[in-house]
Design a protein around this ligand. Structure first.
Ligand SMILES: Nc1ncnc2c1ncn2[C@@H]1O[C@H](COP(=O)(O)OP(=O)(O)OP(=O)(O)O)[C@@H](O)[C@H]1O
Length: 228
């Protein structure tokens, strides 16, 4: 289902430090949004609050009609598992599992039968150019290949929103481009909204909107001509 992600007046402090000061943001279904800003400006905090990992001090996050911030912890965990996908800088794949098992993981959590989940995982690996690598472990793959596995895992359960925190941070520039191309293309194909935190304008250019955060507030919010 396609749902708007909306935040109103998000405030988050860590002791005396203001990480988010009244941040309101609406991200339409299918949009790809890059969040940029200097170190310490509040990007990761915003990503964590929008994705329900962190609770704000005040303010609300809505996914469609659901008040994410108002959910109890177990309900929020469930929403994260079912409606959101995540891609991190270093992939955060499970080393002991094969590529296919890693991708199948969200489906197994959702109660799919193992054989059906693995078949669906293989289809996603194929879509991402990793046919024949189903039984490889993350340690037996290149950084770019592992990140493609992570992208497959983030989308296999058809989430409404994929959150990516510095998804190319551990890759060289050419591989980073490739990964952003794949990430934006597959999100678009599956209708998922994409939210990417990055320091790198070359990464942000793959998105169709850029929000700049400075000192815990949205400093700039503009459309981008997509760089693909
Ligand atoms: N758990 C925490 N405890 C105390 N202060 C924190 C914590 N997490 C973040 N902060 C502070 O909140 C502010 C915003 O941090 P945040 O990590 O959101 O910034 P960022 O823009 O993602 O930075 P970077 O680009 O360096 O990752 C910073 O001043 C940071 O030091």
């Amino acid at each position: 289902m396609k749902e708007t992600l909306r935040s109103t007046n998000l405030v988050k402090t860590y002791g005396p430090v203001s990480a988010l000061a009244e941040v309101s943001l609406t991200v339409e279904p299918g949009e790809s949004l890059a969040i940029m800003g200097p170190s310490g400006s509040g990007k990761s905090t915003l990503l964590h609050v929008l994705s329900g990992i962190l609770r704000p001090d005040s303010g609300t996050v809505w996914l469609g009609d659901t008040d994410v911030t108002g959910l109890r912890d177990h309900e929020r965990s469930r929403l994260r598992r079912e409606r959101f996908g995540f891609v991190f800088q270093d992939g955060q794949l499970v080393d002991e599992l094969s590529a296919a098992e890693n991708v199948a993981f969200p489906l197994l959590l959702a109660g799919w039968k193992r054989s059906k989940a693995l078949r669906e995982a293989s289809r996603w690996l194929e879509r991402l150019g990793l046919s024949g690598m189903e039984s490889r472990k993350p340690g037996e793959m290149s950084g770019g290949q592992a990140q493609r596995v992570a992208i497959a895992r983030s989308l296999v359960h058809r989430p409404a929103v994929v959150f990516a925190d510095e998804p190319t941070g551990a890759l060289d520039q050419a591989t980073g481009h490739e990964v952003m191309q794949i990430l934006t293309t597959v999100c678009q194909m599956s209708g998922a909204t994409l939210i990417v935190v990055t320091h790198d304008m070359e990464v942000a250019k793959w998105c169709n909107r850029l929000v700049e955060i400075r000192d815990a507030v949205v400093h700039d919010d503009r459309k981008l001509g997509v760089g693909r």
